[in-house]
Design a protein around this ligand. Structure first.
Ligand code: FMN
Length: 332
């Protein structure tokens, strides 16, 4: 079996795919260090959002999503990534050491990699077409392969989840420091990070619509003809059986696996983490929605209406900024 890092063109191509991963407020809180035989993923603590993400859970999820994107990129390029997660307890920001080994890409590797540049966080209303049970099953399988589980909500579980989303929105609205941080990271026009106005829809006034995170300066129109139509999005909760940092990193990998599976199926998706960022609403999800397991991510998944405009890709920081030589301190 061939070992050692592939050529730098292949490594850069895999990192370029990895950084297309979703991240909280598009904060991209990661750094990549290229060694002789191993590629390392580090969390960049300077990019944690203290008001939105006091526990650093969103940061770990974002880095986990980038790790899974990297694995998918390598797999499509002909390299299977052996991953050692949290390899050094003395260095908590060192999230993964990745050793690629030659392999033959499978059809699914190519399909998932092809979904990376097509995936978008779509915060608009979806259509009235229900998501087929078979598609939910495929997303649940993708989550299970990453050591987590995915639960579609209906009945009381969905009621409690919708209630928790609204309650988190109300609590955040009363927190001036949170609102300041959100405004600072959104409403952007030409910035390599943060959430651009072009990706934030005007508020959805339809009765019963779930409150969306109120990013600054929205300027994306809702799709014509969707007002008053039923939005048949499914709300999926991704959970783990423990709540340590490894579980949160794995939940980020699973989030990526579910989102890329959804994209490959033609589905639209949007992460919703407000109710997980506050202890009370997270506890509601734990006890009333997923039977005492630990909720890590909520995903809204559905079909975009046929007349929905394609969404622009959100920007990313330059590769030279996120790929640093081994030995340079994190955050430089
Ligand atoms: C951990 C995490 C939490 C997120 N929370 C939300 C959220 O609550 N609301 C939302 O609209 N988007 C949320 N997102 C989506 C990000 O804002 C989005 O990934 C980022 O702006 C980049 O855009 P893209 O996904 O279209 O590439 C979240 C993403 C991650 C990884």
């Amino acid at each position: 079996m061939e070992r050692g890092l592939p050529d730098s063109f292949t490594v850069d191509a895999a990192i370029a795919l990895a950084v297309r991963a979703p991240s909280v407020h598009n904060s991209q809180p990661w750094q990549w260090r290229v060694g002789e035989r191993t590629l390392h993923l580090y969390a960049d603590p300077a990019r944690r959002l203290p008001e939105t993400d006091p526990d650093g859970r969103d940061l770990l999820l974002s880095c986990g999503a980038a790790l899974h994107h990297l694995r998918v990129g390598f797999a499509a390029l002909g390299w299977r990534a052996a991953v050692h997660r949290l390899p050094n307890p003395a260095e908590p920001n060192h999230l993964a050491a990745i050793e690629p080994h030659r392999h033959e890409p499978a059809k699914r590797d190519i399909e998932l990699a092809a979904a990376i540049p097509r995936r978008r966080t779509d915060r608009r209303r979806y259509s009235s077409w229900p998501v087929p049970a078979g598609d939910i099953g495929l997303m649940a399988k993708a989550a299970a392969e990453e050591g987590t589980f995915l639960q579609a909500t209906d009945g009381y579980a969905r009621y409690h989840l919708a209630h928790a989303i609204a309650e988190a929105d109300r609590q955040h609205a009363r927190n001036p420091a949170y609102r300041l941080e959100l405004a600072a990271w959104s409403g952007r026009e030409a910035s390599p990070d943060g959430v651009p106005s072009a990706n934030v829809p005007l508020p959805d006034d339809t009765p019963g619509a779930l409150p969306a995170r109120p990013f600054a300066a929205p300027r994306l129109a809702q799709t014509p003809g969707t007002a008053g139509e039923d939005d048949e999005a499914v709300l999926l909760v991704l959970g783990t059986t423990s709540d340590d940092r490894l579980s949160q990193l794995r939940a980020g990998e699973a989030t990526s696996a579910v989102l890329l599976t959804a994209t490959a199926l033609g589905l639209s998706s949007c992460p919703l983490t407000e109710p997980l960022e506050l202890p009370g609403t997270r506890e509601t999800l734990r006890t009333k929605v997923i039977d005492g397991a630990y909720p890590q991510m909520v995903l809204r998944v559905g079909w975009a209406p046929v007349n929905a405009e394609p969404l622009p890709a959100t920007p990313r920081r330059a590769l030279d900024e996120v790929r640093v030589p081994l030995g340079q301190p994190v955050g430089r």
